[in-house]
Design a protein around this ligand. Structure first.
Ligand SMILES: [Zn+2]
Length: 170
């Protein structure tokens, strides 16, 4: 019994250690991440656990930049399918508005559980954006839509409406 308790403590301390691991965040992306987290706070979306699941949020030189084959950003996964790196192509830094759209797109894949919303349209979660500037011109409503139609927000709303009738009995 004592041994089992000890193992449990050991496991608990390991767990604490892993959850305190640091995430490497490129300084050029940090302000955008802070901005994204402010929206998470506004919409009541928890992000700490998901943040510490990551290893890197980084600018990379290793994504393709070719005519017809440019990848502006991507998430990479570990062998269990969990996202561990959020990578932004250096070419997205050419304009701060493009950086913002690409970063929010990749952040939303991880923190809001998004897949894509459309193959080619002016939305943050489009596979391709015909114009980043159309998205930026409409930024506030774009971000609102990004959050309130996200899988995480919808799941949260479903839980809230499930709990409400029980609360009203007290
Ligand atoms: Zn994507």
């Amino acid at each position: 019994m004592k041994i089992r308790l000890f193992l449990l403590c050991l496991f608990a301390s390991c767990f604490t250690l892993t959850s305190q691991e640091t995430v490497d965040i490129d300084g050029r992306l940090q302000p955008l991440l802070n901005d994204f987290f402010r929206y998470c706070d506004t919409y009541g979306i928890e992000y700490h656990d998901k943040l510490f699941q990551l290893k890197n949020i980084d600018i990379t030189n290793n994504l393709p930049v070719e005519e017809g084959n440019t990848v502006m950003g991507m998430v990479t996964r570990d062998k269990n399918g969990a996202i561990e790196n959020i990578l932004i192509n250096w070419v997205a830094l050419v304009d701060p508005e493009i950086t913002k759209v690409v970063a929010f797109h990749e952040f939303a894949h991880h923190f809001l559980d998004y897949k894509h919303t459309c193959p080619d349209c002016d939305e943050i979660m489009a596979v391709n954006n015909s114009s980043y500037f159309n998205v930026v011109r409409d930024w506030d409503s774009q971000v609102k839509k990004l959050f309130i139609t996200s899988p995480v927000y919808i799941a949260k709303q479903a839980k809230v409406s499930f709990v409400e009738p029980q609360d009203s009995e007290y």
